[in-house]
Design a binder for this molecule. Structure first.
Ligand code: NAD
Length: 260
């Protein structure tokens, strides 16, 4: 029970990577507060793992303020923040035809949402002098993404911001850690949707797209959410007590080929 008595907030907890990570943390004894805008899946998971569900839009600062106040009142502490909420945006209009509204939406959820979580949760951790913030970025933080320029920019921003936050969390003798996690192609609703959009844009079948993309991954397949959850668990626990400001790839070797 590596996370006994720990309180964890998991945004995007109704989704693939957030959900698997919430399960992994609960298995290790954490009280997990799942937040998402998708209520049904989040409520179901919270009931299953003995956690809580809060409806919460990560791009809303008032909702972050209310969430942190409620968790602090109920539990008195926050040990772990996993920022896993995110959207892929519209791939069809993702290059120079990206609309400003489309750009703002992706940045508002992926980058602003992560910033707001850190801004409002880290002070609670700093009061106790310890805690772990884990920001889900992507391997696209390290590469050009001409068909999804907003998504790539948002994830590069999350990576860079995580380094700054690591320095803030280490000031004045505190040990509030902040690291970023960079998944490659993991089987969730998000990659199913990206593959389907890609298939409809190119006239290929979903199976052809899957085979084509997996052929470019050295391990030859999509990862599964638990592959990411085990890294998240390491970063959430004391096993990583001397680890901060680092960017961790979990991608079956994909970025070695595609992002250097
Ligand atoms: N699956 C992958 O291969 C992959 C690769 C790289 C990065 N990521 C990142 O991992 C994170 C999780 O993605 P996933 O693959 O689990 O996708 P997912 O769609 O299964 O989960 C994302 C969750 O975020 C929630 N969400 C969306 N907008 C929100 C908002 N405004 N406020 C709160 N919640 C919101 C969704 O309802 C969903 O439950 C995302 O940040 C994504 O960009 C995923």
């Amino acid at each position: 029970m590596k996370l006994k008595d720990h309180v964890a907030i998991v945004t995007g907890g109704s989704g693939g990577l957030g959900g698997a990570s919430a399960r992994a943390m609960a298995r290790e004894g954490a009280k997990v507060i799942i937040t998402d805008i998708a209520d049904a899946a989040g409520k179901k998971l919270a009931a299953e793992i003995g956690g809580e569900f809060h409806h919460h839009d990560v791009s809303s600062e008032p909702e972050w303020i209310a969430l942190v106040a409620a968790v602090k009142k109920a539990h008195g502490r926050i040990d772990i923040l996993l920022n896993a909420a995110g959207i892929e945006g519209d791939l069809a209009g993702g290059g120079l035809s990206t609309s400003y509204d489309g750009w703002r939406k992706v940045i508002a959820i992926n980058l602003d949402g992560t910033f707001l979580g850190c801004k409002h949760v880290m002070p609670v951790m700093l009061e106790r002098g310890e805690g772990s913030v884990i920001n889900i970025a992507s391997i696209v933080s390290f590469m050009g993404t001409p068909t999804t320029i907003a998504y790539g920019a948002s994830k590069a921003g999350v990576e860079q911001m995580s380094r700054s936050l690591a320095l803030i969390g280490a000031a004045d003798g505190k040990h509030v850690r902040c690291n970023s996690v960079h998944p490659g192609v993991i089987k969730t609703r998000m990659t199913d949707s990206i593959f389907a959009q890609f298939a409809s844009n190119t006239g290929k079948t979903d199976a052809e797209v899957e085979a084509m993309i997996c052929a470019s991954v050295p391990f030859g397949k999509r990862g599964v959410p638990d592959d990411v959850a085990s890294l998240v668990l390491f970063l959430a626990s004391d096993d990583s007590r001397y680890v901060t400001g680092s960017a961790f790839r979990v991608d079956g070797g994909w970025s070695v080929v595609h992002a250097g």
